[in-house]
Design a binder for this molecule. Structure first.
Ligand code: SF4
Length: 451
């Protein structure tokens, strides 16, 4: 049987599975975790340790139709100013509970459009964070940059704040694709933004590009990739467009008949991947590519790659604190997510409480399965030694789980006495194989197809 048919038989073109940026996945979170739990987990952080911080800015000047992010459109900065006031209060609340001497190994500002903030707003926000937890030496501070929403004053403010890496949204350069997804952004605008950032010594650049967009074909995605490569990004995220208009209503502006079939999506991914690899980029996990010198590529080569809400990271910290509406924190004990609606978020912060509305406290079983799923998503390989070293009391269960997966996926995987490896030609099945280790029931409605 042809390989594509074998992948299809295992559900590649019709299974709806999570991207496993966390385990358990966010739909499994419940109201048992709230502000008091968050406070206890923050207080349990080791004094003097390094943690990561994520700040969510849920505002955009213009709402793109394809985007499923929780964000609201605004033409003025006044709602943003009110939100930032709450964010600074939340940062101060964090500071009151954070043990002494904690610093940041990583900080990421995402959204929404963080570059919507004025230079003064950037300065104030950065000062509020530094007062509570300064960046550690050698820390990485990344910001999602909308090329249409950046200028030299804002770049200078971000550079003053210590920004080291920019993440530029591209999606696709083709005019028809851009018109259909409601995001017009000429190549020159993206190129100028990259130059502006580099001239401010923000030399590490990430770019996001999408496959599976309306009207995309292999020639169009090849042209977009080639244009992107002229900007020399250090990292590229090649995400599959997830068409879920029942969850993201803006997407109903995109005609379903303009979308490529799952089979064509696989071809689009393979076309872009081949071009990146020909240009010397290394594939990282299921959907990232990095230049060989980039720290993500080094982490992948040396076995330190990790999965997180932003995709992949080389961040060694085991605590990530998410601030702002809908942001998710991860502690060794579990996940805590802030209220998604900015009004609910504001109400809790104004009352002097952490705004957590739901989360999940890990069981030992969760941690075991989370490690196996992370290894699949990062390395396409689960090492017995690695998992047994972390969970020595569960060695029998680990062997049984891998044995079951080997029986389920047959020739797509290779089970040896060292562990379970997904064959290179079958790596597109990673999310489906990860799903096999997920003990929770999935509705399927909230997830896009496996490719
Ligand atoms: S793609 Fe970016 S700018 Fe467009 S709606 Fe989403 S977050 Fe906002």
């Amino acid at each position: 049987m042809h390989m594509t048919s074998k992948l299809a038989k295992l559900g590649l073109f019709d299974a709806k599975v999570p991207r496993y940026t966390s385990y358990p996945t966010a739909p499994q979170f419940n109201a048992d975790v709230g502000g008091a739990q968050m406070q206890a987990w923050v207080r349990s952080i080791a004094p003097g340790s390094q943690i990561s911080l994520y700040l969510h800015i849920p505002f955009c000047r213009h709402l793109c139709w394809f985007c499923a992010c929780r964000t609201q459109g605004t033409q003025s900065l006044s709602p943003v100013a009110g939100y930032l006031e709450r964010l600074r209060t939340e940062i101060a609340l964090l500071g009151q509970n954070l043990p002494h001497g904690v610093t940041l190994s990583r900080m990421h500002w995402g959204g929404g459009t963080p570059t919507l903030l004025s230079p003064d707003m950037i300065d104030e926000l950065a000062a509020a964070i530094t007062a509570v937890a300064p960046l550690a030496e050698g820390a990485e501070f990344s910001v999602e940059v909308d090329p249409k929403e950046i200028d030299s004053a804002r770049v200078a403010a971000l550079a003053r704040a210590g920004m080291t890496r920019a993440s530029i949204g591209v999606q696709d350069f083709d005019p028809e694709v851009q018109t259909t997804i409601g995001r017009l952004q000429g190549f020159d605008v993206t190129r100028d933004a990259a130059q502006l950032l580099r001239s401010a010594q923000i030399t590490s650049l990430n770019a996001d590009i999408l496959f599976g967009l309306p009207h995309q074909d292999t020639a169009r995605i090849a042209t977009s990739v080639q244009k992107l490569l002229t900007l020399n990004p250090d990292r590229i995220a090649l995400y599959g467009y997830a068409h879920v208009p029942w969850m993201a209503r803006r997407q109903s502006m995109i005609p379903t008949e303009s979308l490529p079939t799952p089979e064509r999506r696989l071809k689009l991914f393979e076309t872009a991947k081949q071009l990146f690899e020909w240009d010397g980029y290394q594939q990282i996990g299921i959907d990232h590519f990095a230049a060989p010198h980039d720290s993500l590529a080094i982490a992948a080569r040396t076995g330190y790659l990790r999965r997180n809400f932003q995709g992949y990271t080389d961040d060694p910290a085991d605590v990530l604190i998410g601030l702002g509406a809908s942001a998710i924190s991860r502690f060794p004990q579990g996940y805590a997510q802030n209220a998604a609606a900015t009004s609910d978020y504001a109400k809790s912060i104004d009352a002097g409480r952490f705004a957590v509305s739901r989360g999940h406290a890990f069981s030992a079983e969760d941690q075991l399965r989370a490690r196996i799923i992370e290894a699949i998503m990062c390395d396409f390989y689960v090492s017995y030694d690695d998992v047994i070293a972390r969970f020595p009391q569960a060695s029998g269960q680990i062997r049984q789980l891998l044995q079951n997966a080997s029986e389920r996926f047959g020739e797509m995987v290779q089970l040896t006495e060292d562990g379970l490896r997904i064959r290179q030609e079958a790596q597109a099945l990673a999310r489906i194989i990860a799903r096999h280790f997920d003990a929770y029931a999935l509705s399927g409605a909230g997830h896009a197809t496996a490719i």
